[in-house]
Design a protein around this ligand. Sequence first.
Ligand code: ADP
Length: 633
Amino acid sequence: MTAERMEFQAETKRLLDLVVNSIYTNKEIFLRELISNASDALDKLRIESLTNSDLSTGAEAEIFVVPDSATKTITISDNGIGMTREEVIANIGTIAKSGTKDFLEKIRESNGTSAQELIGQFGVGFYSAFIVAEKVELITRKAGTESACKWTSEGAGEYELEECTKDSNGTTIILHLKPEFCGDDEFNFTDTHEIERLIKKYSDFVRYPIKMNYEVKGEDKDAEPTTEVRTVNSMKPLWTRSKSEIKPEEYEEFYKQQLHEWEAPFETFHVKAEGTVEYTALTFIPKHAANNLYYSDYEAGLQLYSRHVFIMDKCKDFLPDYLRFVKGLVDSPDLPLNISRELLQQSREIKVIGKALEKNILKRLGKLLKDERERYEEFWKEFGKSLKMGVYGSMFDTKTQDDLKDLLMFATSHEGKLSTLAEYVERMPESQKKIYIAAGKDVESIERLPQMELLRDRGLEVIYMTDPIDEFVVDVLRKYADKEFQSITRENFELDDAESQKVKAEVEEIAKSHEELLKDVKEAIAEVNEVRLTSKLKSGAVCLATSEQGPSLTMEKTFAAMNNPYFKATQILELNPNHAVFSKLESLHEQGKDTPAFKEMCRTLYSLALLIEGVMPKNPVELANKVTDLLTK
Ligand code: ADP
């Protein structure tokens, strides 16, 4: 049978290039990655054999590592689940994860400077083989099937696939090492003792035996040495050891090995509990958010063990969705070994453990915020969105709202720094009754809003809602420390100080004598619900407000982006009666509400108000023509 040549999916190719060419200071990690995959394959077989007895071969699950200086290879085999031909193409020839594009985009933008860190976030597992190998062969046979297939690649964009034979299920990976990795230089991955050291260092707690061949010389010095098989790893689960004995490096290695991570965790939680439910949990907050954290293919969840035996990966029932970024495991003797996913959801033990873990994580975050502000901000930049989603999802769950509201951070007009709500309230002057917020696509566009001018003048601080979810979050919270949130672009916004109230009364007087004008302006602009005069503008001529209830303009944009065009903001056009444009409008009105000049003026003012809010007017050309007219006059 001839081999078939296939191309890597384009994105895979690019990622491969990056892995191989980015300067890995740590060439050794390929072994950890491949052993980790082998261990997963053994887990999968064990779990599947629970429900499919045809799969259990009776063979002891094991991983074999064979370095060979004669052939300049190192071979890693497992007798796990194996892969079918289609699975090889899907798993090894492509990278199916969402966010790959974003990821590559980010790398491109960073000009390669932080490529290594970014790859760390992504995790490229199998491809790390090409860091040390010039050619990789993978021979695999899926458990329960007869046919095997062989995949070969030199990592240059193409791979070959051919049918072959293999005695038993599992996967064998042969790395043909680059010359620099089999000599006497820094690295010699064909050396048994070197490999033994690496296995002990990176893979000691792998729960299956990792075996190697050792040459042993007998008493008789002239006799040929015999080969003896030894298990290299201790297999003792790290989490069963006492906390005081575990060094930070050990946690770090465990995290990388067990959870396929490439960089140290941000925070580690190791808890042993012996209350109503007995359990040990070892969980971590990663340093960086996974690229697909908010995509549907991100699989959250903790690994589940019972009496140190692996039961299931990605058990989602422990932690609430807003802690989806937390990784790790739970080991509890109170859980039965062959529990199904459906039963798990109803398990009281899982609920008890989950609640305790959640509480513990939130407590640590609160402490971090208090004692290590900078680190908390680092955390916030990566995972703040998740906590905000937690608040948003807790519409009827005031307990979660209470738990999370003090952990929220926002940019504000105060020194451009991130603030908690408590800090904002602390700085509020006594006369200020509400918490002011303003939404926009970024800090700059909010600061340019004409409504900001007066607030700046009065030294009032505004919270900037730059993430589309922010307004929804405060909508759910409604209040903080008994103070309502007030958007400065909502119709009911007004300033409480005496000066502002005085101006407001004056404007109301003017409005009374201009009812006719306002009615006619509204008639000229079908899109707005109301036209009124405002005291909230200083040098600006117009602005758009939205009704007190219902979506804001930024919310409308978010809904539209989610293909939901029915949620529309109720628009109110507000005019500054102290602006010269207003007098112009008045004089045009005097010439008749149906004159083209008056109508055009109204439409132009509306288009300008939209632009200020960052909304594109329906007919931008009309506006452009108008402006060009003015420029040439
Ligand atoms: P990850 O392990 O993060 O999913 P990898 O690139 O390491 O990414 O592996 C891709 C996929 O290939 C794995 O998810 C698994 O399905 C499959 N795979 C890799 N190694 C093995 C193996 N030894 N046995 C069976 N399947 C494997």
